[in-house]
Ligand binder design. Structure first.
Ligand code: CA
Length: 228
């Protein structure tokens, strides 16, 4: 399953190398040469991962990282810091600023891909192909299959992604805007009531096996999945 990856890097040769490898691996690469270009991307849909260079013209990558971690919307966005610095104190500073991982240039693209995969598995399990089971529901992203109490369910693609996200993030309530960001990848151009429509469809698909009771509505706040 491909992810959307924002590459914030000012050295064209490195950008090319990364982008070619991301696309080869089936990901979609977005490019930004500095922080303001990166911010323009983030105003729309949130990417699944950010690869962020430390030394950028203008605001530094690490200052930007700290700002992203201070904001509710981007607090949990997986971010891998890229840098030419190799000293240990720098690595510590990167992790303390909130980087999920840290890669020193020059790095092998094989290593970069492995780190991206690891960060996604840790921070965004709904972006991986690993099967997930909650409260008698089994979802297999690779096979695009949901089984409830032993019976396969027919779900539309959006309901499938929505259920996948909720199953990988149980016991938390997400606002409509957060669900739009996480499931649709866009909280700007899609109306919030779209979420209600798909939650309703998801509930009715789960009704037969009684799993609709796992989907929780918190009036005025949003939705979540509560395993019993
Ligand atoms: Ca740089």
């Amino acid at each position: 399953m491909g992810s959307r990856i924002l590459v914030v890097e000012d050295e064209p040769a490195i950008v090319e190398l990364i982008v070619v490898n991301l696309e080869h691996a089936g990901h979609t690469a977005l490019r930004a040469g500095n922080v303001s270009e990166a911010e323009a991307h983030l105003r729309g849909a949130l990417p699944d991962v950010i690869l962020l260079d430390w030394m950028l013209p203008g605001e530094s990558g690490i200052a930007f990282l700290k700002r992203l971690r201070a904001e509710k919307r981007t607090r949990e966005l997986p971010i891998i810091l890229l840098t030419a610095r190799a000293q240990e104190p720098d690595k510590l500073a990167a992790l303390e600023a909130g980087a999920d991982d840290y890669l020193t240039k020059p790095f092998s693209t094989k290593e970069l891909m492995a780190r991206i995969k690891a960060v996604l598995r840790r921070r965004a399990p709904q972006r991986t192909d690993e099967p997930v089971a909650v409260g008698g529901l089994h979802l297999d992203p690779g096979a695009h299959r949901v089984v409830a109490s032993g019976k396969a369910l027919a779900l539309g693609p959006t309901e499938f992604r929505l259920l996948h996200f909720l199953m990988t993030h149980p016991d938390r309530i997400y606002s409509r805007a957060q669900l739009l960001d996480q499931v649709w990848g866009d909280h700007v151009h899609i109306e919030e009531r779209t979420v209600d429509v798909h939650i309703r469809r998801l509930r009715s698909a789960l009704e037969r096996s009684g799993h609709d009771r796992l989907i929780e509505t918190v009036r005025g706040s949003g939705y979540g999945l509560r395993p019993e």
